[in-house]
Ligand binder design. Structure first.
Ligand code: AKG
Length: 272
């Protein structure tokens, strides 16, 4: 197994500027760790939001579209430096918030299966990115994310699947509109790939491309790990309603091919 344990200080000095070497590494690998991006009170406030929203859910593994009913998450998604970071990594002057998602792995929870995200999302024809913010200390034994370096460049739309309440893989979606590729057994073929995996401290962010194959290790520690994922799309992305897949994030007010701008996917503009 090739696991790259990078300890980097990819801190963003100005939210609108990412150092060229950081951007280059992101474009090559499809994922990068940024250290100490967010501090207090974001972390404490988002932990409260995460716990509240997960406790209202019958699914303690994850919860989607939290920002629409939570002021802290709304502020983070729309008015923190998160949108500017997403815009800088995508090279977009206008982005849309697609949705946000809280993830928790309690002690003993299983691995998150390998997948890439864009096949689950009702969007096409542009770039998408996730900012995944650590809300807890995340060590190699407490469910860190893992990424197949460079897999975003393969342009493979892997067959999406449903998950059980603890995040384990359930059935593949059937009857989806798009022709998806069969999902390889990435776990079995780990040593064919360069796998990126980082320990994280609260406030660290992993930025990753919507096409990068990723998963997360099991939480074999005694402590919970929570993460907050915010998904943005870049210039030119349009709506595409594959209603079989992830019904929670489709937008009934949009038609296929339309720009995403809407109450559900708010646009955020940056001066060029
Ligand atoms: O936190 C996890 O276990 C999974 C995260 C993930 O798959 C994602 O953010 O797309």
């Amino acid at each position: 197994m090739l696991t790259e344990l990078l300890v980097q200080d990819n801190s963003i000095t100005d939210p609108f500027t990412v150092q060229p070497e950081v951007l280059r590494a992101y474009h090559e690998d499809g994922a990068i760790l940024l250290k100490s991006v967010f501090g207090e009170p974001w972390i404490s406030d988002l932990r409260v939001s995460a716990d509240r929203s997960l406790s209202q859910s019958d699914n303690y593994f994850h919860r989607q579209r939290v920002w629409e009913n939570d002021d802290v998450c709304r502020e983070f998604c729309l008015n923190s430096s998160a949108p500017a970071i997403a815009a800088a990594f995508m090279g977009s002057s206008k982005i849309n918030l697609l949705y946000d998602q809280i993830f928790a792995k309690t002690a003993g929870d299983p691995a998150t299966p390998w997948h890439n995200d864009l096949p689950y999302w009702p969007v096409r024809n542009g770039r998408a990115i996730t900012l995944w913010l650590a809300l807890d200390v995340i060590r190699f034994n407490s469910g860190p994310l893992e990424f197949v370096a460079g897999s975003h460049l393969w342009k493979k739309w892997y067959q999406p699947f449903t998950v059980k309440k603890d995040g384990r893989q359930a059935a593949f979606y059937e009857g989806t509109e798009s022709a998806f590729e069969p999902l390889p057994d990435f776990e079995a073929e780990r040593n064919k790939h360069r796998i990126l995996c980082w320990e994280m401290d609260p406030g660290d962010v992993i930025v990753f491309d919507g096409m990068t194959v990723h998963g997360a290790k099991a939480n074999s520690s005694a402590v919970m790990r929570r993460g907050y994922a915010v998904r943005f799309t870049g210039d030119g992305m349009t709506y595409h309603s594959d209603r079989e897949v992830n019904k929670i994030i489709v937008n009934p007010h949009l038609k296929d091919g339309q720009p995403l701008d809407s109450d559900q996917y708010p646009a955020i503009n940056f001066l060029e």
